[in-house]
Design a protein around this ligand. Sequence first.
Ligand code: AMP
Length: 436
Amino acid sequence: MIKAVRGTRDLLPPDTALWNFVEATVRDVFRAYNFQEIRTPIFESTELFARGVGEETDIVAKEMFTWEDRGRAESDKGQSLTLRPENTAGIVRAYIEHKMWDRGLNKFFAIGPMFRRERPQKGRYRQFFQIDAEVIGPPSSGSESPARDAEVIEMVATILDRLGITGWTLQLNSVGCPADRDRFNEALRKALEPVVHQMDPDCQRRAVTNPLRVFDCKVPEDQPIIEKLPRISQFLDEPCRKHFEEVQAILRSTGVEFQINSRLVRGLDYYTRTAFEFTHDALGAQNAILGGGRYDGLSESLGGPPAPGIGFAIGEDRLVLSLNKSPEDVSRPPDVYIAPLGAGMNREAARLARELRKSNSGRGNPGANNNLIVELGDENFRLKKSFEAADKLKSRYILIVGENEVKANAFALKHLASGKQVTVPRAELAARIQQK
Ligand code: AMP
């Protein structure tokens, strides 16, 4: 038997209803904040991620699905391609490629699969889904303003609220401006020098390549050392400190609660100022629902013009895991099961189904239009079998389409929960089914 590859999984009904609910809800929120959808390719040139995510990150160093193109054209040959491990680099590439600075401030969102070769466990997959939002534009568009940071973060709180997810924690930090970080890195190196040999080999490597990333070390024995290290907050220059204070002040005024976590870092030069993470305890070891932050230098590092930006990526798999809803809460069963009775009745039933499916159900249906949901049986089924099928589907009504009904142009409609059966003229069927 051929199985799904390790770290990938099938999303099956009825659970897919939860995914649809999440996506419909976030699309609604994005609309209210005037974010527009962008779709970038699932694979890009490897160089984009090397530069856009950073060669020294675990993602680029160990986790990417990369291959060499076997294309016939000379131009394709040997090109190194990679399945996207995240979406920000691709979106910033598209921003540069299509010169989107002409549009002023761009507010993008994207939903789709990402790929990382991580050790699979609950909440961690090799193909997973992210819901991304990015605000990017030339400095003149106001893309640098703390108002944008606060708006993006507040939007996440709105998304979580609308999904009914409570019990999350927002952690906030400023990773400073590049000059602050140079001074901070120097201080870190100094502080690490006498203790680094006591640390786990992976943390030691970080201490050398990119000391900021020592804060991401998860090894318990190293935590006392990390706790004593200097913090970036001590190194913020005046504009950076003010920016961070303003982000906090706006968040307070909108009522979004947060905690300052001075260990929250992003280890790359083009990540600047605000960094944030939303966590949820119900998720266990992989407790981060989403991470985000400012990347004011990213466009330039990809060869584009200055384009300050801020964004986040929600892990959709984890978002779905932290919903306290079941698929039944966010979807509804068929309104009516049409049971054609006897030869030739499939044709009549199909006509009726087509009519009813065009009618409004008068019911909310998360993530979809609210037309009647109609299931169509088969004329070869005995009536008993049709009833069983309708019951199994939890259909509200069953509609019987037999020769007599067709002649009379009125149909037997039975409400399955109450057992009440009535004969309804064709023209009144939809209205009748809409009733509870
Ligand atoms: P990152 O791009 O690493 O900041 O991740 C953003 C979010 O994506 C995280 O907070 C997780 O919720 C989610 N995520 C990252 N990697 C995985 C993975 N391997 N499986 C599932 N979700 C992931």
